[in-house]
Design a protein around this ligand. Structure first.
Ligand code: ZN
Length: 322
């Protein structure tokens, strides 16, 4: 975009509102008002982290570092493995992952599963409570399962949707996907030859890592939550597209319920889950501490807004529980 619009450092640009949120840089506001002090924006030729040459890919000629041993990418991959959509190791944040990687004790996702509390306590500013929480969080993440492990492995071109479709197509483990071959993979809805080739290339490259994860007791097999929910008879939310917002808690115990778990209950009740409110949303389910913007948007679009207590009682009546 910088290239196409001839934008330089120091330019005054025209920014337009486009779509919903993201401002669109239309171009230089008035090129005749340039002072001559503007500087060209020169794209880098080497990776700032590993200094390897960059490769241009895609229609917009994006620059990629294709060095699989690139340190910056190693840290990002570890952070990605630990992220909520993947293994969800929520007690270890990005800063700690970086410190552990710098210390040389984290390189692959499987290395998380060999960390011990004693080893963590050797670090400055690491307390007993944090170390215990980190180890517990790592331990829980061993149940990651096929869909979230596929997301966590960050395979180029394979999206969260790809991971979900592979599970629904009947693959039972990540190794089965690695062994499926192109013919087996393109038979899955919406998986084309490029995505199939990327899955095959990267899962084969990752075979030693998959083996290490298995040996560390990490589940890479399909879980019930990876498959479409079985819709209960008399499902109260059948045919409805719903968005869940705010903090959700079980009214019987008062305990906090993770949003994905609640969404799954809504799925069992027949709902289709969406992430943001749009004209096709039927219901906005609100928990505690809801931001005003989602509710305002729902009201503007005429979407019904319902408190979680109403939905919980419908779920209990239909016998749908955690
Ligand atoms: Zn690099």
């Amino acid at each position: 975009m910088i290239r196409a619009r001839g934008i330089k450092i120091g330019d005054t640009v025209l920014v337009r509102r486009a779509g919903d949120v993201i401002p669109f840089v239309a171009g230089v506001l008035d090129a005749s008002r340039r002072t001559g002090a503007e500087r060209d924006i020169v794209p880098p030729t080497t990776c700032p982290s590993c200094q390897q040459p960059l490769s241009e890919q895609g229609n917009s000629r994006e620059l990629f570092c294709v060095n699989v041993a690139c340190p910056a990418q190693t840290v990002r991959r570890l952070i990605h493995w630990a992220s909520r959509a993947a293994a969800d190791i929520d007690a270890i944040g990005g800063v700690w992952i970086e410190r552990l990687a710098d210390a040389g004790i984290l390189e692959h996702p499987s290395d998380f599963y060999h960390l011990t509390k004693e080893r963590l306590l050797e670090f400055d500013r690491m307390g007993e409570v944090s170390a215990t929480r980190m180890i517990e969080s790592i331990d829980t993440s061993r149940q990651v399962g096929l869909r979230r492990a596929l997301i966590g492995l960050a395979i180029p071109m394979a999206s969260e949707g790809t991971a979900a479709r592979l599970c629904r197509a009947g693959f039972g483990s990540v190794e089965e996907i690695a062994d499926a071959g192109e013919v087996g993979l393109v038979a899955v809805d919406d998986i084309g030859p490029k995505v199939a080739a990327s899955l095959i290339e990267h899962l084969n490259r990752l075979r030693p890592e998959l083996q290490r994860l298995r040996e560390a007791g990490v589940s890479l097999d399909v879980r019930e939550e990876d498959l479409p929910p079985v819709v209960a008879a008399g499902a109260p939310l059948a045919g409805k597209t719903v968005v869940v917002t705010g903090a959700i808690s079980d009214p019987r115990s008062g305990e906090k319920v993770p949003r994905p778990a609640f969404q799954r209950l809504c799925g069992k009740a027949g709902a289709t889950i969406a992430s943001s409110v749009s004209a096709s949303t039927d219901l906005l389910i609100t928990g505690a501490d809801v931001g005003a913007s989602k509710v305002t948007k729902a009201e503007k679009l005429g979407v019904e807004v319902v408190d979680q207590s109403e939905i919980w009682s419908q779920l209990f009546t239909a016998g749908i529980t955690l």
